[in-house]
Design a binder for this molecule. Structure first.
Ligand SMILES: [Zn+2]
Length: 157
């Protein structure tokens, strides 16, 4: 076998991996649905990989770290998190125009996962590293319900 043959085999192997991945991704609506349903009932559902233990939020049908399809749903019990970054939205989509300008941030939950959501509170208090409290907007359905409220600086965990 020459080098050409080796290249062919590698390509073949990669193609098989991609096909396997696509096959499993077809299941994803089930994972998305479970996530939405949980949020509508004021809690968070993610997945945990049964092979390496990594957790994901929103849920994933395939582990991002080890590519294992053996995942199970778990409740993410975090109530607080830390603001990693944020941006102020001035031009909002139609459903959120009544809130503009508003703040969207990425929060690292105390359980380690990250979520993007609207940040509520005094804009003068906005600062990377601020502690935030998870809450759910009663007027909205689905992942748009997620909110984080800025906590005072003297707040201790
Ligand atoms: Zn894994």
């Amino acid at each position: 076998m020459g080098p050409r043959c080796f290249t062919f085999l590698r390509h073949y192997e990669i193609k098989v991996k991609i096909m396997k991945y696509e096959e499993t991704v077809i299941e994803t609506p089930r994972f998305t649905q479970k996530y939405k349903e949980a949020i509508n009932e004021d809690y968070l559902v993610g997945t945990q990989c049964q092979d390496c233990g990594s957790t994901f939020l929103p849920p994933r049908s395939i582990c991002k770290d080890c590519k294992s399809p053996r995942t199970k749903f778990i409740e993410i019990t975090a109530e607080k998190g830390t603001l990693l970054t944020y941006t102020i939205i001035h031009v909002a989509p139609p459903s959120l125009q009544h809130m503009a300008p508003y703040v969207v941030g990425i929060v690292e939950l105390e359980t380690g996962q990250r979520l993007t959501a609207i940040i509520l509170g005094d804009p003068a208090e906005l600062k990377i590293g601020k502690k935030v409290l998870l809450s759910f907007d009663s007027e909205t359905k689905g992942p748009g319900r997620l909110r984080f409220r800025l906590l005072p600086d003297d707040h201790s965990d």
